[in-house]
Each structure stands twice: as structure tokens, then as C-alpha cells.
Design a protein around this ligand. Structure first.
Ligand code: MEV
Length: 438
């Protein structure tokens, strides 16, 4: 077991690696070399990455890919996607190509409200709190004027502050439930700064409020933090086409395909075991764009899954229907995204990704990202109801297996050709490599 270390973050990068090598890797030189191999030779760029977090010892690469041919609201986009899963980008590109000849995707932002809360305890007479809050509310707004000034210039700011009584759930527990418009910023720092100021102001104002008894003057702040649950920051994307324009194979007519497609979505609507996987596939597309554009994919994930269970049962984020011989497929989900602040102007690839998308504002990025999720879901269901998922998945995974077995370029070429006409299974790939090498 490694010993307790103090002052680790103060060590130089080389000394951190030395400590790791000594206590975790038996001073193995290969391990040190691996970490160093991933350093960037451009010192400035490496320093930038080193300073993103504490204790950076190397860089962790993810493929930065692109998926072309996305027609969204009649504009063509090439989507940047940062993801490691082999088949995701290919699936997105395939879905984009399919829909671009069928009218493309439509997308619209429904709402952009963000939320933050000050959680506090007040052990006094509940009836005195609302009158106190009515007096304090304008003072809360004045207290954050220095923080909101710039945001207001950009068209955003605080939308409202509500006092919420939660004492039926936890004794003496109340909230300032605050809503914000943060325009093109994701807004976490702005929201948290406002909330922490609200907390300070409410505590001081309570102390001076004549209507409170001595004990009532002691409001205890538990915490002040934005919420990643943003059911009022919603975007909808959809795609529709005539049933006759859907895939039509020997085993499945277009109508049968449409019905099977709707049934597959319906199963995800009613069955949580399926819904989670169905939504995971949606998040394959969404996370990849979110990550490539420097946004917080954990926030997006948490918010999306909470929204998927908003009615008390986890369900599908997408829906499908057949009406008047037309299949319509849609997604509605919360996406609190930003195109300014955070990594957007810092990380060179994030800047490039936003440039690739034509420097979208946050609303446009919400639309594009929702489409990435819908397209990914279309590709997954299309495979699931026709060939099954493994055919495409294993084709893309072939290269990973070949790399795992350190296949040479010549071996790769031969085996890719072989697997064009043979089903890819892990065991057969290994068998074929061994056969070539025998
Ligand atoms: C795999 O990453 C995602 C899928 O399982 C999604 C789905 O089942 O809908 C293919």
C-alpha cells in the first residue's frame, strides 16, 4: 500500500511521477515512459493542460472525430464528436446521411431557464418568514448588482427568487429557489456567485429584522448551489418522413419497419430496463458533442436522466409515432450548454469545434446537440430492429482487437478484407491472426 503523502500537489510533475513510480509501479521505466509519451512537445500547450486540474501528470487522449451531413433547420453541419466508443461516430454519420435526403432534422429551443438554490434552516414562526422575504427580496437583487451587471448587458440576469417552504419534508428547512437566464454561458460560476451573495445577505438581514425574535434572527445556511436539474431549459429535435421513404428490405417492408421502429421506442417508454440503455445510446451522441464543445457532460447526463424520470418512472427521452403515413421521431430534453466562458476560449480543440459549427450561440448548440442524440438513437434502433447491434458494432471494434494483438499494417489489411464478408467475433479475429502468423 502506498504511504500517506502530504504536499503532493506542490511537487513538480517529474517528482509526482517519481513518487507514483516508486509507490505504485515498482519504479518501472515503461510506466514512466508511457506517461511522458503523452506529454505535448509544445510547452505552452502542455502547460495549459497541466493547469486545467490539479496533479496533472500526463494527457488522456480521446479521439476527436467529425460526423458530416447533418441537415438541421435547413443548414448543413459537420458535428465534432469526442468519444472512444468505436461505432458511435459511424452511426451518427449514417443517420445524418439517411435524414439529409428526407428533409433533415428540425430543432427548436423551448426554454432557457437555469436554476439555483440557497438551502437554509429557520427555526422560527413560519408565518413571519414570508413578510421578511418580501422586504429582503429587493435587497438580495441589489446585493448582486455588481455580479449581474455584465450578464444583464448580454440580455441575461436573475429572473426570480422564490421562498419555498420545505418543512413538511425536513423540519425548519426552506429554500430560496432562484431562476436565471445566462444567455450564451452555461452560467455555473455566475449562478453560484449570486447564490452565495444571497446567502450572506439573507443572514445579515435576518439579524437586523425587527419582526424576528432573538432565535428567529439566526438563519443557518446549509449550502448555496446551482441545480443541474433544468426542466425549464429544454430543446426539442425531430425528424419525419413518409413511410414509403423508410428502409425497405426483403424481410421488412417500409410499413413493417415503421411499425417495428415505433414499437421499439414504445418499449423504451414503458420499460425502465430498456429505457436506460435506449437513453444511454442517445447520450453517446450528446456527450460526444458536449465534450468536443467543452461543456460539462456530467451536468448534462445528470439533468437528462433526472428529466427522463420526471413523472416518477424512468422513461425514454425520444418518442415516435405514425400519423397519416408519416413517421415522426422526436426528442425533448434539458441541455444547459454554453458557448462562452469555461473551456470554450481556452482549449484549442474546443475553439476549433465551435468554429466548425459556425460559432453557434448557446441556443443553436442546444439544437445541434439534441439532434446528435436523436440521430444516435435512430441509428441504434435501426440496427436493433434489422441486423442487430453486433454486426456494425463488431465491424468498428475489429480495429481495437487488431491493435490489442499488435497486428501489423499488412495483417490489418488482410483481416479487414476477410471480415468484410465474415461476421466479426473476438474469437474469430484471434483465430485469423494466429492463422496468418502460423
Ligand atoms: C451502445 O453504446 C448503445 C446502444 O446499446 C443503444 C441502444 O441499445 O439503443 C446500442
Amino acid at each position: 500500500m502506498a504511504p500517506v503523502v502530504s504536499g503532493f500537489s506542490k511537487l513538480s510533475k517529474a517528482d509526482k511521477i517519481k513518487w507514483l513510480a516508486e509507490h505504485h509501479f515498482n519504479n518501472d521505466q515503461d510506466t514512466i515512459d508511457t506517461l511522458v509519451t503523452y506529454w505535448n512537445s509544445n510547452d505552452g500547450l502542455q502547460r495549459l493542460h497541466d493547469e486545467f486540474t490539479e496533479n496533472t501528470i500526463s494527457n488522456y487522449y480521446l479521439p476527436f472525430s467529425v460526423a458530416p451531413n447533418f441537415l438541421i433547420n435547413n443548414t448543413r453541419y459537420t458535428l465534432p464528436m469526442a468519444i472512444e466508443e468505436s461505432s458511435v461516430v459511424a452511426a451518427a454519420s449514417k443517420a445524418a446521411k439517411f435524414w439529409q435526403t428526407r428533409g433533415g432534422f428540425k430543432a427548436e429551443v423551448i426554454s432557457t431557464t437555469k436554476v439555483g438554490q440557497v438551502h437554509f434552516m429557520y427555526a422560527g414562526n413560519p408565518e413571519k418568514l414570508q413578510p421578511f422575504f418580501s422586504i429582503v427580496k429587493p435587497k438580495l437583487l441589489t446585493a448582486v448588482a455588481h455580479i449581474t451587471k455584465n450578464m444583464e448587458k448580454r440580455g441575461g440576469g436573475i429572473l426570480d427568487i422564490e421562498l419555498r417552504d420545505k418543512t413538511t419534508e425536513i423540519e425548519n428547512y426552506y429554500q430560496l429557489h432562484c431562476t436565471f437566464e445566462t444567455v450564451d454561458a452555461m452560467g455555473a460560476n455566475f449562478i453560484n456567485s449570486c447564490l452565495e451573495q444571497f446567502a450572506k445577505t439573507i443572514v445579515t438581514e435576518a439579524k437586523e429584522y425587527h419582526g424576528f425574535s432573538a432565535t428567529e434572527k439566526n438563519i443557518e445556511i446549509v449550502m448555496s448551489i446551482l441545480s443541474n436539474y433544468v426542466p425549464q431549459c429544454l430543446v426539442k429535435a425531430s425528424a419525419s418522413c413518409a413511410i414509403k421513404d423508410l428502409p425497405n428490405t426483403r424481410s421488412l417492408s417500409s410499413l413493417q419497419y415503421a411499425k417495428k421502429f415505433v414499437r421499439a421506442v414504445r418499449i423504451a417508454e414503458i420499460e425502465p430496463y430498456r429505457a436506460v440503455t435506449h437513453n444511454k445510446g442517445i447520450m453517446n451522441g450528446i456527450d460526444a458533442v458536449v465534450l468536443a464543445t467543452g461543456n460539462d457532460f456530467r451536468a448534462i447526463e445528470a439533468g437528462a436522466h433526472a428529466y427522463a424520470s420526471r413523472n416518477g418512472k424512468y422513461t425514454s427521452l425520444t418518442h415516435a409515432k405514425i400519423q397519416h403515413d408519416i413517421l415522426t421521431f422526436s426528442i425533448t430534453l434539458p441541455l444547459a450548454l454554453g458557448t462562452v466562458g469555461g473551456l470554450t476560449s481556452l482549449h484549442p480543440l474546443v475553439k476549433l469545434a465551435l468554429q466548425l459549427l459556425g460559432k453557434p450561440n448557446a441556443k443553436k448548440l442546444m439544437e445541434i446537440t439534441a439532434v446528435a442524440g436523436l440521430a444516435q438513437n435512430f441509428a441504434a434502433i435501426n440496427s436493433l430492429i434489422t441486423t442487430g447491434i453486433q454486426q456494425g458494432h463488431m465491424k468498428m471494434h475489429l480495429m481495437n482487437i487488431l491493435n490489442q494483438y499488435k497486428a501489423t499494417e499488412d495483417e490489418k489489411k488482410k483481416l479487414i478484407t476477410y471480415f468484410e464478408t465474415n461476421a466479426v467475433t473476438h474469437s474469430d479475429v484471434v483465430a485469423q491472426i494466429e492463422k496468418l502468423r502460423a
